[in-house]
Write a protein that binds this ligand. Structure first.
Ligand code: S3P
Length: 172
């Protein structure tokens, strides 16, 4: 069974995925990690050296590979993965278990202000401009995110609580 976690940067996809993986004893794969390993560069380095268009191309390629491997696994995607090319179609076809980790702009802001420099899309945006950027970006991306099979609100819940909720749904 494949479980896919999607959501904006800072929504907790990787951390929650790791918790689900431990509790269910299922392998976890992070698409960003796959890209970094495959390309032998960090995500910020790829953006810097090759640009976003190259990154998106690779992101789609590695996503296809992961999905085609059809192994039992939890896949945590990058924030933008569902929003480019045919990615969301592929994701929805791969499994009936696509979870959108939905966070409010306030929650995302609190989490993203720290460590901004490691996130190429927001590193050059000032703290003052960040709320408007996230608001607009999330609005555009929601079209894709909301196609998920299940929408999980992560505001006001710990990562452990969200993981437990997802496991309950998977076991139902
Ligand atoms: C991106 C999110 C990042 C990473 C890249 C682009 C995005 O992943 O894939 O920096 O477009 O939102 P996380 O959501 O894991 O931070």
């Amino acid at each position: 069974m494949i479980t896919i976690l999607i959501g904006y940067m800072g929504s907790g996809k990787s951390a929650i995925g790791r918790k689900i993986s431990k509790r269910m004893n299922v392998n976890i794969i992070d698409l960003d990690d796959c890209i970094e390993e495959g390309e032998n560069m960090t995500i910020p380095e790829i953006f810097e050296a090759k640009g976003e268009v190259y990154f998106r191309k690779k992101e789609s390629e590695y996503l296809k590979e992961l999905i085609e491997s059809k192994q039992d696994q939890i896949i945590s995607l990058g924030g933008g993965t569902p929003c480019y090319g045919d990615n969301m179609k592929l994701i929805l076809k791969a499994t009936p278990n696509v979870f959108y980790l939905k966070a409010s702009i306030d929650t995302l802001l609190k989490r993203l202000v720290k460590g901004k420099e490691n996130r190429p899309l927001i590193k050059n945006i000032s703290d003052e401009e960040l709320p408007e950027f996230i608001g607009k970006h999330l609005f555009e991306r929601n079209y894709y995110y909301m196609q998920s099979h299940k929408i999980i609100n992560v505001d006001d819940f710990t990562r452990k609580e969200v993981a437990v909720k997802i496991i309950q749904i998977l076991n139902d």
